[in-house]
Design a protein around this ligand. Structure first.
Ligand code: NAP
Length: 352
């Protein structure tokens, strides 16, 4: 049982990110002091949205300059913190060198942050934002698991540097976290494994997360011919922030938590937009046959390799979120609310 003192500051790594923005907001709204670790605290434009959150909440924010690949750069940010949220990790599918661009910052960065926790005299709990990508690599992997449902007991064994490098980076990073945590007893580790995160951003003009590209392409005409028949797990970014809050403060929280509100498909995501936006935006209206995507996919998108198409298109996705509901009181809002709020935000900010 770990009780966190709410008068102590809380560290959030990668505080400028899409997922972290809502975590920071939830901490500030509850009156906590947030130590926001970012690569460049001088980038005032990029961080203005965090300042705004703090101006409108009882909590306080302080910025620290930290880089996942710079040893010791989290020391100052972690000083006095009992709780650390480690969210920083590159989430992009467009990389030149997967080892350097994804695996190193994910794995070595996790080691850097957790070794800082080992040196600190204050940290009692670390919450790592992993991913369902550390549980499965391709949708076809469901065929090898009981009932075709992904649970917290399962690990991704199908990704590699050449295939699903982002998922590989998250798998190695989470394994590193467990390995470091098992060798010490001064803090406990709680891991959140979100599925695809969607919903509005607190910083809509500065998002880098891959989540945004996906929804933007539904509305900008890129996908007007149709979408692949493919299953996804999806969680709203606001629900994910609540789950992180509970993962930090529920005394008995422990182990991994699948954070996923809906077992859904690409087409169901689009369908949630049809009523409100169908008339004015070139939303996809159908699912494309697998053979067509296999044929032209690699020309349209680097990530749609033949191997990816073979192992993912045509397969559904099912995850078990019951542990998050039972132990972290997770509540998942309807998919339509997530999609409509996110799409509307893209329109309001002239992104589509
Ligand atoms: P994001 O907006 O791109 O956030 C990634 C964060 O990591 C940014 O704050 C970025 O900082 C930071 N970062 C990257 N490289 C760094 C480095 N070398 N040193 C320090 N910070 C670095 O993406 P996101 O979607 O919010 O992702 C946040 C976390 O959620 C990641 O761990 C991701 O794997 C996980 N996750 C995301 C999803 C999803 O669907 N979005 C699903 C499951 C898990 P800068 O602002 O300086 O670039």
């Amino acid at each position: 049982m770990t009780v966190i003192d709410k008068n102590k500051p809380v560290l959030v790594t990668g505080a400028s990110g899409y997922v972290a923005g809502w975590i920071v907001k939830s901490l500030l709204d509850k009156g906590l002091t947030v130590h926001a670790a970012v690569r460049n605290p001088e980038a005032r434009d990029k961080l203005r949205f965090l300042d705004l959150l703090a101006d409108n909440a009882p909590g306080t924010i302080r910025y620290f300059k930290s880089d996942l690949l710079e040893q010791g750069s989290y020391d100052e940010a972690m000083e006095g913190c009992e709780l650390v949220y480690h969210t920083a990790s590159p989430f992009t599918l467009d990389v030149h060198d997967p080892q350097k661009d994804l695996v190193d910052p994910a794995k070595l960065g996790t080691r850097n942050v957790l070794e800082t926790a080992n040196r600190s005299h204050s940290v009692k709990r670390v919450v790592v934002t992993s991913s369902c990508a550390a549980i499965y690599g391709d949708n076809i992997d469901a065929e090898k698991v009981a009932g075709g449902i992904f649970t917290e007991d399962i690990w991704n064994t199908s990704s590699s540097l050449d295939h699903g490098a982002y998922s590989y980076s998250k798998t190695l990073a989470e394994k590193e976290a467990w390995s470091i945590s098992e060798k010490q007893s001064s803090w406990d580790l709680v891991v959140v494994n979100p599925s695809l995160v969607l919903g509005p951003a607190v910083n809509p003009l500065a998002v880098t997360s891959e989540s945004f590209r996906l929804v933007r392409q539904m509305g900008d005409g890129t996908m007007k011919a149709g979408v692949p028949m493919m299953g996804w797990g999806v969680i709203d970014v606001r629900d994910l922030a609540d789950i992180h809050y509970q993962a930090g403060f529920v005394p008995g929280a422990g182990g991994r938590y699948i954070a996923s509100g809906h077992n859904t498909t690409y087409f169901e995501l689009v369908r949630a937009l049809h009523n409100k936006f169908g008339e004015n935006y070139p939303l996809p209206k159908k699912e494309l046959p697998k053979w067509l995507i296999w044929l032209i996919g690699p020309m349209l998108n680097k990530a749609l390799t033949r191997r990816f198409v073979t192992r993912n298109i045509g397969y559904k996705w099912k995850g078990d979120n019951s542990k998050s509901i039972r132990e972290l009181h997770a509540a998942y809002r309807p998919l339509s609310e997530t999609m409509i709020d996110m799409f509307q935000q893209l329109i309001d900010n002239k992104i589509i």
